[in-house]
Each structure stands twice: as C-alpha cells, then as structure tokens.
Design a protein around this ligand. Structure first.
Ligand SMILES: [Ca+2]
Ligand SMILES: [Ca+2]
Length: 283
C-alpha cells in the first residue's frame, strides 16, 4: 500500500485525505501507513476503536471500564441519566440507580432508601422504610415507627408538656398527662383503660366511668341492660338484645310503644322485665 506520508487512506471510499473526518479515526500505529478506521457504532467522532468523543443524534456517550461508547438514552448504565446538553450519560447522585437528572433520583440501589432526594442507608428519625424503597414520615410527633399507622416512640416533648404515645389510637398526643380512657403505663406511654372507663389506674382498676355506666367493683358496667330504667333510658329490659322491643341502647324500638309499664305489642323475649313506665323506675 503506497500511501503518501501525512495523508490518511480510507478503506471505505478509497481516498487519501489529510484528515479522516467524522465516523473515522486516524490509525498510525504502523509507522509505514496512515489509515482511517471506522469508529464504534453510533459515534460521530472518536479517537480509537474503543473511545468515542461524540455521538450521532439520540445517542449518548457512556464510559464503562476502558470503553467510551454511544448508547440510546434507555441504555445509560444504572446510576446515570442521559443529559441532553452534554450528550453524555451523567452520573446520578450517590447510590442512586435511576434518576431523571442531577437531583431527580427516583430509585436507589439495593441497601439504600430514597429520602428527600438523597439515597441513605437508613431512613432517618421520624420516618420509616416503605416497600418501594422510599422513606415515609411517621405520624405527627412520632420519632420511631414501622408504618404510617403506628408509633413505637414519641418525641420527648418540651417545657410546655409531654408527648404521649397512645396505645391503640397510635397517636402522639401533646398534653400534661394521658387523656381520658388511658393511664400512664411507662415513661410517656399511655395504655388503654378497661372498657367504659373514663379514668383508671391500670388495666384492671377503673376509678370513674363514661356516661351511662357505673362503677361495679373496679370495673365499669353499662346501666343500660341492668333491668332498671335510669337517667336517659327510655326502657331497660335487662338485656342487650335488639328486636325485643327495647334496643341495646335502651330506646323503644320501632313498632313498639310503652303503655302502663309494658311494651305494646308485648316483647317476646323478656316481656316481664321490660320497664318503660317512669313509675317503675327503681334506680
Ligand atoms: Ca338501666
Ligand atoms: Ca332488649
């Protein structure tokens, strides 16, 4: 091959030129010859068979090991995104696997969670890791939780009062003491009182009862259903069943009326114990 020194021979069009132009790179590794060789696929310009320096339309430069090649946008390697301005696949933020730009991370690599546009190894205080790999906020005033409904630790509170963790309501309440229906079980935890308790000292000792209940020993018992017509009760047939004329809330059911102390028509289940006449009140 007789090639004039300083001119590059292009095998494709069989021409000798002072430069190879786009899509070719000059090969002068053999000092005897000057060749133009093809760039890797979709390279606009390159300097070797493994290094593109710009890409054709819709392709982006990406570097893997010793190769810098041109790929489609969707083929930018994990942890990078196609940047229109530079024509390159640029790196996402640290530990981010999928991003739409230098700050728009949407998915982190395994072992990391997305929080406030960063990828962190652990979700920070007052947040919890969701199945989709992002950190979501706990309920208000909660510092440690495993989901959006429950809390395992409330914020410590301030000089204005404590933050209380309510056992079943899964809420951190700002107050000086546990609210009605709860007792201070440990630290700033409020546990639930027994049923119908307004206030209690423990799970087994009520001190006051909610409306329409009374203290029987250490527990609260509903007044409705005790067979005595009291307070706001329209009737009390000694049970908490419906359909027998006196409803579980001690109101007269539809289809019945009170007449001379008995329900009309007669209640079938407990006709003798229904008390719906004020004159029969035994409170
Ligand atoms: Ca009663
Ligand atoms: Ca009844």
């Amino acid at each position: 091959m007789d090639v004039a020194k300083g001119l590059f021979f292009n095998f494709i069009n069989f021409q000798c030129k002072p430069s190879c132009g786009d899509m070719y790179y000059p090969d002068h590794t053999d000092p005897t010859y000057y060749f133009c060789r093809s760039c890797p696929s979709n390279c606009q310009t390159c300097v070797s068979a493994s290094t593109c320096t710009s890409c054709t339309t819709n392709y982006y430069l990406t570097t893997t090991g010793e190769y810098t090649l041109c790929v489609l946008a969707q083929d930018c390697v994990a942890g990078s995104y196609p940047d229109q301005d530079s024509g390159e696949c640029l790196s996402c933020i640290s530990n981010c696997a999928v991003c739409s730009g230098s700050t728009g991370c949407t998915t982190c690599f395994d072992g990391y969670f997305l929080h406030a546009n960063t990828c962190v190894p652990n979700c920070p205080v007052s947040t919890y890791p969701m199945a989709n790999g992002t950190c979501a906020p706990c309920i208000t005033n909660c510092t440690a939780c495993r989901d959006s409904l429950t809390c395992s630790q409330c914020a410590g509170g301030s000089s204005a009062g404590k933050i209380w963790l309510l056992e079943d309501a899964a809420a951190c309440t700002f107050a000086n003491s546990c609210p009605d229906g709860y007792f201070n079980s440990q630290q700033n935890n409020c546990s639930t009182c027994p049923p119908q308790c307004e206030k209690c000292n423990s799970r087994t000792v009520c001190t006051t009862c909610i409306l329409n209940n009374y203290l029987n020993g250490m527990m609260c018992v509903s007044k409705c259903g005790n067979g005595l017509r009291e307070d706001t009760e329209y009737c009390d047939d000694g049970n908490n069943y419906a359909g027998d004329g006196c409803a579980p809330d001690c109101t007269v059911e539809d289809g019945f009326i009170c007449d001379q102390g008995v329900l009309v028509p007669p209640a079938t289940s407990a006709p003798d114990t229904c008390r719906c006449d004020p004159s029969l009140v035994i409170a």
